[in-house]
Design a protein around this ligand. Structure first.
Ligand code: RUB
Length: 332
């Protein structure tokens, strides 16, 4: 049988799984681009075969990482636009739809940035966690408005996406103080805002973002620092409208503890005599959840391209945009 999924889709999926392509919006953009590549390169000779290949490509992308809902939202949007009676028409409509998705994504980020910038005053200090293009769009727009900002950047273990945030902010000339995650509470008194992005927003206004966000938000509430979440509407998770929860990705324990580090912890003197190979029953468990859930009461505002919302009212926007459509058009 002919290969249904073009190699470029497989490599995009691999890059997402390996986090060479990462961050909810960037993943969605890459997934839409990959579906366009599938449409372009599909060897299908019949409309049915074309659609089968497109669904298979979408499944390959869908299965990479579970938490950022922008990924299935992107796949759903593009697949719904695949329209036509011939392979040629299907090809063209899919490519068009993927391109319009990518344009909208960029436009939404810019609009969101302009709205979020209104919350930032001249001279403010923002404290960031992880790396979010939506959060940074707010900083960029405020800088364009002529406001001076400073940033305290949490490094964000284990993958240190804080370094990406620091590099971007420095490129824009923003003074950056980089801190380890454990130092966040100490530095909150120097911050005017906690500014983060989101991988998914649930119907009750819960924010699903990089592990450590919820602890940061609780501490920010204790210190009286407002928490601002920048998330364009493709981060709204339609399944949560019907009471589903968002899957939290767990990643390889070697991101936290290398085999070498594990070997240095393992003791041949342990009372249970454990000295097995990494991953074996040696009494040392490493857990590596990539995301956590921040309850709405710790979030002051969710900034989207459609305006700012208190988290508890985001459900209204969610219903308007998604209704109760939670189909999976990529299913076999
Ligand atoms: C990235 C992360 C980001 C959101 C929002 O996690 O938690 O805060 O995805 O990013 P990871 P954006 O590095 O594990 O993908 O605003 O760019 O969509």
């Amino acid at each position: 049988a002919e290969p249904e999924v073009v190699p470029a889709v497989e490599s995009t999926a691999d890059a997402i799984a390996a986090m060479e392509i990462r961050g909810a919006a960037t993943i969605a953009d890459a997934a839409a681009a990959a579906l366009a590549t599938q449409a372009e390169g599909s060897p299908a000779e019949t409309p049915a075969a074309f659609r089968r290949g497109l669904r298979a490509a979408a499944r390959t992308l869908y299965e990479t990482r579970p938490t950022a809902v922008s990924l299935p939202n992107a796949l759903r949007y593009v697949l719904r636009g695949a329209d036509g009676d011939t392979v040629g028409e299907l090809r063209a409509s899919t490519i068009d739809r993927a391109e319009s998705f990518r344009r909208d994504l960029e436009h939404a980020r810019e609009t969101l940035g302009g709205i979020g910038a209104n919350r930032l005053r001249d001279g403010d200090v923002v404290l960031t966690h992880c790396h979010s293009t939506d959060a940074l769009a707010c900083v960029e727009a405020a800088l364009e408005d002529g406001k001076a900002l400073e940033a305290i950047v949490k490094e964000t273990r284990p993958r240190k996406q804080g370094h990406i945030t620091a590099a971007q902010l420095r490129e824009w000339g923003v003074p950056v103080t980089l801190i380890v995650d454990g130092a966040a509470r100490r530095y909150l008194d120097a911050a005017d805002h906690v500014l983060v992005g989101a991988d998914s927003i649930a119907a009750d206004g819960s924010v699903i973002n990089k592990i450590g966000t919820s602890g940061l938000a609780v501490t920010a509430r204790e210190r009286g620092v407002p928490v601002m979440v920048a998330a364009q509407t493709i981060k709204l998770h339609p399944d949560t409208l019907t009471g589903h929860t968002v899957a939290i990705e767990t990643r390889d324990e070697r991101e936290v503890l290398s085999d070498e580090e594990r070997a240095s912890i393992r003791s041949s003197d342990a009372p249970d005599g454990s000295a097995g190979e990494p991953g074996s029953e040696d009494g040392l468990t490493v857990e590596n959840p990539a995301f956590d859930v921040t309850p709405p009461r710790y979030v002051d505002a969710i900034v989207t391209e459609r305006g700012q919302f208190p988290p508890e009212s985001i459900v209204t926007l969610m219903r308007e945009l998604f209704g109760d459509t939670t189909d999976e058009p990529w299913a076999e």
